[in-house]
Design a protein around this ligand. Structure first.
Ligand code: SF4
Length: 382
């Protein structure tokens, strides 16, 4: 079906297609065929968790026959928590003028980077709120300094931040991305994707809209900047919203590839306005079903990451059998999801042991998924 944003019907108008038996749809997936958005509704309704697991595991094995599961040692640095947006699922931001608002100095960020390097880290994931008047020079100066001083991989600024910078500078998305890349930006994290359906984004007061988010990633891909994509779910969206999110990511990746990974994770409701309406976390089995569906739907994205931070390491381990070939970061520092209730912790050794215990080979990577160990070294160390 067409996936232009204007022609997507609302979930209420779409009825599930039951014309093709689900066994036939599963056979098509097994044979490597793609299913339509309509067919996926039937699969999500009727396929058993075990069927989804087997199919996702089989696609993971085809894409990654070396049985390597990657992870990263890095640090999430939040340069500022000041934000003009008021997303109802966020426990991190402070409004401009709040006494609890901060903007880190370059020096304090350098200290954090040096601590990260001492722990064997390979780079930083740097994100912040949508600050009303930090100049573009703050961002480009910081990237330049970090690259010149440390030569590390800089995985920075999610689409809402880039879209916001494009608007407050008046430069537009492409010019801002060119400036950031010239200053040292290596790749872009997929934050702010949440659910790419404006019907739900408007209700949750989610920063940039679907078209703006996709436009940042589309432009980044055209400039050769690798990106990741995420899906945050469990905040009142429907099955159809989740499938439409996957459809939109797949469509962009078909048209203009550049996503190196997809990361589904679940709402952490504590201390958030939306948490009062949706206080229950997505259970492990539902998460694993959607992990498998993500792996199968996004057959054009090479890596899928399981979110141990929001689901815990036990579910994380099961995720390796549900299509995930990456377990994400050791999270030396995390300030955005943790205040909303993600209290799981893991060291590099814990992640490596979890990967090995499930019969896979751990391997450290950079934020753009380039491996920084040889598989042989990984095997020897595990
Ligand atoms: S999620 Fe990001 S854009 Fe939204 S309120 Fe929080 S910091 Fe601001």
């Amino acid at each position: 079906m067409s996936t232009t944003i204007e022609t997507i019907p609302s979930s209420e108008k779409i009825s599930t297609s039951d014309k093709i038996p689900v066994s036939e749809l599963l056979s098509r997936l097994q044979a490597g065929s793609r299913l339509s958005y309509e067919d996926w509704k039937s699969v999500e309704d009727h396929a058993s968790t075990e069927d989804l697991r087997e199919l996702a595991d089989s696609l993971r094995a085809r894409l990654h026959p070396d049985r390597i599961v990657t992870y990263i040692v890095d640090r999430n640095i939040n340069y500022s928590n000041v934000c003009v947006s008021v997303c109802t699922f966020c426990a991190f931001y402070r409004k401009p003028g709040s006494p609890e608002g901060y903007v880190h100095s370059y020096e304090s960020i350098f200290e954090k980077v040096e601590e990260m390097l001492d722990l064997g880290g390979s780079g930083v994931l740097m994100q912040g709120g949508l600050h009303p008047d930090l100049p573009l020079g703050y961002y480009t100066g910081l990237l330049t300094e970090l690259k010149n001083r440390y030569g590390i991989h800089l995985h920075c600024f999610s689409p809402p931040e880039i879209d916001h910078l494009a608007k407050i500078t008046g430069l537009g998305v492409e010019a801002v991305l060119r400036e950031l890349r010239a200053a040292g930006l290596d790749s872009i994290p997929g934050g702010g994707g949440e659910i790419l359906v404006d019907e739900i984004r408007r209700k949750r007061r989610t920063h940039c809209n679907t078209e703006e988010w996709l436009n940042v990633m589309d432009t980044a891909h055209s400039l050769g900047i690798p990106t990741t994509a995420t899906m945050m779910f469990g905040y009142g969206e429907t099955r159809d919203h989740r499938l439409m999110h996957l459809e939109r990511i797949r469509e962009l990746q078909d048209r203009n590839p550049g996503f190196v990974s997809f990361i589904p994770w679940t709402l952490q409701p504590d201390n958030t306005p939306i948490g009062k309406r949706f206080p229950d976390r997505i259970p492990g089995e539902e998460y694993l079903r959607w992990l498998a569906i993500s792996r199968l739907y996004l057959d054009n994205i090479p890596n899928v990451q399981v979110s141990w931070l929001t689901q815990g390491l036990d579910v994380g381990r099961q995720g390796f059998h549900f299509g995930a070939n990456d377990v994400g970061s050791t999270m030396i520092e995390e300030n955005v999801i943790t205040p909303a209730g993600a209290n799981h912790r893991a060291t590099e050794m814990m992640l490596r042991e979890a990967i090995s215990a499930e019969g896979f080979i751990p391997c450290k990577r950079r934020a753009d998924y380039v491996r920084i160990e040889s598989p042989l070294a990984a095997r020897v160390q595990s």
